[in-house]
Design a protein around this ligand. Structure first.
Ligand code: ARG
Length: 589
């Protein structure tokens, strides 16, 4: 497995420290912020001097002398009180890039202990079309899934459908009001289970707000919906059958959205799947004295002494017997523990649910619901705002549907590709396919390139530009390299051994070598924006290279062959990172 360039360098410099009887961990090297002084920098001499009460420049001088002997550096110098600037010899750099090119993961897997990760994201709800809030959950979650797969983890992705709370009872009662003759309301319904659903997803989307509104005005209706929820959870056959229909049409609908966004779930589980687990869980917690009764409800206290803010208990069962969002989440943790024995469970859910997850996680720890070493983490995210800076709304103040956001992005992308003159070059079908890819890439890159926790403004005009830090631009940069490589192949030009003749080539190589750090930091912080920065640095360095260096037109055959190889490696890495971001690159555009 390829060791990252930084790790190799740090080991080299660490060795020099050890040879000077200093702690080798001081040899940690970082990428230099000032390329004109050197490619890398090491600040260890300062800490070493402090510890040994010596002059830092004197120590740095000794280290430099040791490093000189290795022959791996083209330049070594001191700056300020004792910073060491280092630039690699071409031999060393080329050797590393050759290794990197042979590794499909570009060195990212080195030093990573594969683990079992469960990613909980997407989180759609029965009867409600996915909305703008689910956009981020899906885009960020899917990117983290791909990132973990890239790193070699065993990844389980679960959509965790919202299909089990009071909304279900509300819907059942609303449908009963509208279609009282359906067989499902019969207390002794026993099937047969009709093949076609009595409600379409469009109807459900009207029925749910109606039911929700009614429950606020009509206490008797609310009460009947509560009872229906409880009966559904107890397994009343007619309600279960009707519920199954609602789930089926809702799942089919959300699959269309997830397909558009390229989200992949290994599991299509939901809150309802915990139903059979819950009675045993409640019994166990009661017997062990972990839960208690409070005003007829079953709760788990999760407050801790040094809590700064109020931490209400987690309610497991209301006095009417119904179970809650937190109950199904706690049960899901226990079931995931039994089935997968995970090292980590990540919940990619709106930051506004942070209290809920804090309660659930604490309850899970207290109740021993999962392995003591396993990690639970709420990977929160900020809201998507309109150009007015307020949470995105439709013109009449409603929630924006996810599908309409994607449609808008695709039509904006269509405008842009037409403006770029692609209409003349592609037939209608290919143009449509390109616009779809560009539109989806625009939304994804915009979403992922923001810091996860910050809010951002949904501005399609900005997202779809073919320049700067946008998805379409990164995609376009890759397509340009593809078309150049095709041209080279047509002309019978082939790749050859790497050489370095210009700094632009070296800089591009250094950008390529930075992938492992980017991937590892992104995984550690659940921060896909780090990968956006990385791919942007690659396309920037590639531009600079392409500006400075001829490729197809280069006369020196060895240099041309080397540059072709460098282009091919760069393309592979850009595509790999874009793939983690969920962006796929067309053959041409
Ligand atoms: N269905 C929930 C919602 O729309 C999100 C579910 C998140 N996952 C979880 N395990 N609670 O808010």
């Amino acid at each position: 497995m390829t060791v990252s360039l930084l790790d190799q360098l740090s080991a080299l410099v660490g060795q020099a420290f050890a040879q000077c009887d200093l702690d080798s961990s001081l040899g940690r090297v970082v990428v230099s912020q000032r390329r004109e002084l050197g490619q890398f920098q090491c600040n260890g001499a300062l800490a070493a001097a402090k510890a040994a009460k010596r002059n830092p420049r004197e120590i740095a001088d000794q280290i430099v002398a040791k490093l000189q002997e290795t022959g791996h550096f083209s330049d070594l110098s001191l700056a300020g009180p004792g910073f060491i600037n280092l630039s690699l010899s071409d031999d060393f750099l080329l050797g590393h890039i050759n290794e990197l090119a042979d590794d499909p993961y570009f060195g990212a897997r080195h030093g990573h202990d594969p683990e079992t990760v469960i990613l909980d994201y997407g989180g759609p709800n029965v009867a409600k079309a996915m909305h703008v809030g689910h956009l981020r959950a899906t885009i960020i979650g899917e990117s983290l899934r791909r990132l973990r797969v890239f790193l070699g983890d065993r990844v389980i992705s679960d959509v965790h459908f919202g299909d089990w709370g009071l909304p279900m009872g509300l819907l059942i009662k609303e449908i009963e009001r509208e279609q009282p003759d359906l067989p499902y309301f019969d207390a002794d319904f026993s099937g047969p289970y009709p093949a076609t659903s009595p409600v379409t997803v469009e109807q459900l989307q009207v029925l749910y707000p109606a039911a929700s509104g009614r429950s606020k005005e009509d206490p008797a209706f609310l009460e009947s919906a509560r009872t229906a929820t409880f009966e559904l959870q107890q397994g009343r056959p007619g309600y279960r059958a009707l519920w199954q229909h609602m789930l089926d049409v809702s799942v089919a609908e959300t699959k269309i959205d997830f397909d558009l966004l390229g989200a992949n779930f290994t599991e299509w589980k939901g809150e309802a799947d915990t139903n059979d687990h819950i009675p045993g869980m409640l019994k166990r917690l009661e017997e062990k004295g972990l839960s208690e009764l409070s005003d007829g409800a079953v709760i788990v206290r999760v407050a801790e002494e040094d809590d700064k803010k109020e931490m209400p208990p987690l309610i497991l069962q209301k006095s009417d017997g119904a179970v809650m969002y937190g109950t199904t989440d706690l049960a899901t943790i226990e079931m995931r523990q039994e089935e997968h024995d995970p090292d980590t469970i990540l919940y990619v859910v709106d930051a506004r649910q942070s209290l809920h997850f804090e309660q659930v996680f604490r309850a899970a720890r207290k109740c021993g619901s999962l392995d003591a070493e396993a990690r639970l983490e709420h990977v929160g995210f900020g809201t998507v705002n309109g150009t007015d800076g307020k949470p995105l709304k439709t013109r009449d103040g409603g929630v924006v549907r996810l599908r309409s956001l994607i449609d808008d992005a695709i039509s904006e992308a269509h405008k842009v590709v037409v403006e770029a003159g692609m209409e003349d070059r592609f037939d209608t079908a290919e143009l449509e396919a390109i616009a779809t890819r560009v539109g989806v890439a625009a939304i994804k890159f915009a979403d992922l390139s923001n810091q996860r926790m910050s809010n951002y403004v949904f501005d399609l005009e900005r997202f779809t530009r073919f320049e700067g830090k946008t998805g379409p631009y990164q995609m376009y940069a890759a397509v340009r390299i593809k078309s150049m490589l095709r041209k080279a192949a047509d002309q019978g030009l082939t790749e050859g051994a790497l050489v370095a003749s210009k700094d632009a080539e070296r800089n591009l190589m250094l950008a390529l070598a930075a992938l492992p750090q980017a991937v590892q930091a992104a995984a550690e912080k659940n921060a896909p924006n780090i990968l956006c920065e990385h791919v942007y640095s690659l396309t920037q360095e590639f531009n600079a290279f392409y500006h400075d260096c001829h490729v197809l037109g280069e006369e020196d055959a060895a240099i041309r062959a080397s540059r072709l190889r460098l282009c091919a490696i760069t393309l592979r890495q850009i595509e790999a990172v874009l793939d983690i971001l969920g962006i796929d690159v067309p053959e041409r555009m």
